[in-house]
Design a protein around this ligand. Structure first.
Ligand code: CP3
Length: 344
């Protein structure tokens, strides 16, 4: 698989391409199914998950499919009451406030309690063409903790940070539980057919470099350490992490995901030879006219031309109003890019 080769920095005929949040609301065929089910209902039905996971592949032929699910789903079997409120995003009705709340969190048996995800991975892998990778994923403990502590997303996580500093031991106990849970969650996904996994630390950049290093990074490293025997590449994506990119080079992940605020060339230099990189076109560029989308995609490819270990992607999830033709232009440009013709 070209995707896996790129993760291990082996030479590939061109960079593989996929898009974060590629299965979702910007696709009319997704909206059609979504009109009949709630988001959580969809996630719980393996045939629906397979269908929605494969929709972007059928339309755009990316090199990897990411299983349709959510980073927050494993919180339910731990005892947190998760729901997706209309127009509000995810909500947890019993957020963590005390040490006793952390102690009460359960240690799920994912093969039983999330058997729908294992089944979805299995049947999706069976249908996906052999040259394409199937990606599993999880939230990093800090990003999960943001929802578990605040009860919802959004804001600059002032409340979460205030809570962390004033409940340090309880926070560490929570991170420990999420870390152990996440290792089991990823193991289950790989056993069910995932060829690579991405760890999303979408809100990690809310912390200072010092605090990320003190309170969060040791747990991320532990997850990577404890999943190394699974034999699949791990992609670590920490959003807004420019201020601590240099730490990420000690993560031992195979791939580092970059958002659009992290310049590609400079990031490669900081990360060194040991990492493949993934990213990082600003998803909002897909709202510009098509020529501009193509031009900016080419410029991104040009920077990475001839360097092994590059996976083309956006710098974060695709927006739900993105014009489909521009998604097609992005993918097509990666697939047909010819260095000789230059960036324009
Ligand atoms: O295509 C894919 O990338 C796979 C599926 C996927 C979803 N969520 C589906 C989804 C992935 C990888 C995620 C990860 C996720 N979920 C993250 C980390 C990635 C990131 O974007 O930073 C986070 C922070 C979440 C939590 C979450 N779930 C949010 C903030 C939302 C959006 C709420 C909203 O209405 O905008 C969700 C819901 C969600 N997860 C949707 C999808 C397709 C929208 C569901 C719908 O209403 O159809």
């Amino acid at each position: 698989m070209m995707f896996i080769d790129a993760c291990y920095r082996k030479p590939t005929p061109r960079p593989p391409v996929w898009i974060m949040r590629q299965a979702g609301r910007y696709l009319p065929e997704y909206r059609e199914i979504r009109a009949k089910h709630s988001f959580l209902e969809m996630c719980g039905q393996p045939e629906v998950v397979r269908e929605v996971t494969l929709q972007p592949i059928r339309r755009f032929d990316m090199d990897a499919a990411i299983i349709f699910s959510d980073i927050l789903l494993p919180l339910t079997p731990m005892g947190l009451q998760l729901r997706f409120a209309q127009g509000e995003g995810p909500v947890i009705d019993n957020p963590i406030t005390t040490e006793a709340d952390v102690a009460a969190l359960r240690d799920p048996d994912f093969s039983k309690e999330m058997d729908f995800l294992a089944e979805a991975l299995k049947i999706t892998r069976a249908e996906l063409s052999k040259d394409k990778a199937l990606l599993g994923f999880c939230g990093a403990p800090f990003t999960l903790a943001c929802y578990a502590i605040q009860g919802h997303g959004g804001g600059n996580f002032d409340y979460v940070r205030r809570w962390i500093y004033s409940n340090q031991a309880t926070f560490r106990a929570l991170m420990k539980k999420f870390t152990l849970m996440t290792v089991e969650y990823l193991k289950m996904q790989v056993a069910a057919g995932a060829n690579a996994v991405q760890i999303f630390d979408s809100w990690g950049g809310a912390l200072s470099a010092y605090d990320y290093l003190q309170f969060v990074f040791p747990y991320v490293k532990k997850i990577i350490e404890r999943t190394s025997m699974l034999g699949v590449p791990r992609i670590l994506f920490v959003k807004n992490a420019s201020h601590f990119r240099s730490f990420l080079r000690t993560s031992e992940a195979e791939v580092i995901g970059l958002d659009w605020t992290m310049p590609m060339e400079e990031s490669r230099n900081i990360l060194g030879e040991d990492y493949a990189i993934q990213g990082n076109l600003d998803p909002m560029i897909l709202f510009a006219d098509k020529d501009y989308v193509v031009r900016r995609t080419k410029a991104m490819l040009e920077v990475n031309y001839g360097k092994p270990g590059y996976i083309a992607n956006l710098g974060h999830g695709i927006h739900k109003e993105t014009p489909i033709e521009h998604v097609a232009a992005f993918v097509e440009t990666v697939k047909t890019f010819d260095h000789a013709t230059g960036p324009d």
